[in-house]
Design a protein around this ligand. Structure first.
Ligand SMILES: Nc1ncnc2c1ncn2[C@@H]1O[C@H](COP(=O)(O)OP(=O)(O)OP(=O)(O)O)[C@@H](O)[C@H]1O
Length: 254
């Protein structure tokens, strides 16, 4: 099986700080791959490098065998790698529906002139965008809120909308940065079921940063543990839970 994402010796330096130090891992199709580690371990910096927000100091990031390191974030997104953020980022003054329509804008097969003249091709792609938005509103149980301002939604709903906004672009790889943060126990359970459905039925692999260990252990196929920028362990949830280096990183020296 060939990997969707292959990261080799990824390194990111900020002045004198080595935030990510020679990190390598692979994400396979349909896999949920988690990156965990104490605060400041370098997890979000890895995400920022993959999603094109940072240009890595060194190393390779390959998406289905083609390099994406150093590409700007909108290009990486066009290639099928999309992300959510630690603090939800939506167009808060737009409605829920509008957020889903805007997300598709870059993909729409229309020209400015086509839009002005309302050509058949323009109307067709508009109709497709509306259809896709309706599908994701239903899938995420957000239809009742379609015309609400996104900023006025309950936090759990905003998180779901952010994931819908990613998924509507039909990505190959979904990066979720602490998706369970701020959710109540019931919402966390629903999130776990949602991630499972996305990877099983929607053809997307998921790369996850998460501090909630019960979610991480319950959903991940493989886990990478980082500490001070360095990879210290990688393996299945049960192997990671019993790894003395991981226990030491989380609990400190006896
Ligand atoms: N743009 C930046 N400029 C300078 N230092 C940075 C920058 N971004 C991150 N860092 C530093 O890099 C290190 C790793 O940070 P990062 O946010 O990647 O950690 P993290 O594992 O995601 O932490 P958390 O779990 O708290 O989100 C930290 O010491 C942080 O201060």
């Amino acid at each position: 099986m060939s990997a969707i994402l292959s990261v080799q010796d990824l390194t990111m330096r900020f002045g004198g700080l080595l935030a990510v130090d020679a990190v390598s891992f692979e994400v396979q199709p349909h896999q949920v791959f988690a990156i965990i580690g104490p605060n400041g371990a370098g997890k979000t910096t890895v995400f920022n490098c993959i999603s094109g927000f940072y240009k890595p100091t060194a190393g390779q990031i390959m998406l289905e065998n083609a390099p994406i390191h150093g590409m700007p974030s909108h290009k990486v997104a066009q290639k099928g790698v999309v992300r959510t953020f630690q603090n939800v980022r939506l167009f808060k003054q737009l409605t829920v529906l509008e957020n889903l329509l805007v997300a598709q804008h870059q993909q729409l097969n229309t020209s400015l002139l086509g839009g002005l003249l309302k050509t058949p091709a323009y109307r067709r792609s508009e109709a497709q965008a509306q259809e896709a938005a309706a599908k994701w509103l239903d899938f995420m149980d957000l239809r009742a809120y379609a015309n609400r301002e996104a900023g006025n939604l309950a936090y759990g709903h905003q998180r779901r909308l952010e994931i819908a906004r990613c998924m509507i672009t039909q990505p190959r790889l979904l990066l979720l940065d602490e998706p369970a943060a701020g959710l109540n126990p019931q919402e966390k359970k629903e999130l776990q079921a949602l991630i499972d459905t996305l990877r099983r039925d929607m053809g997307v692999a998921v790369l996850l940063i998460e501090h909630d260990m019960s979610l991480v252990m319950g959903i991940s196929d493989e886990i990478l543990v980082m500490e001070y920028g360095k990879p210290i362990a990688m393996g299945t949830p049960s192997a990671i839970q019993n790894d003395p280096r991981v226990i030491k990183a989380y609990l400190g020296e006896e």
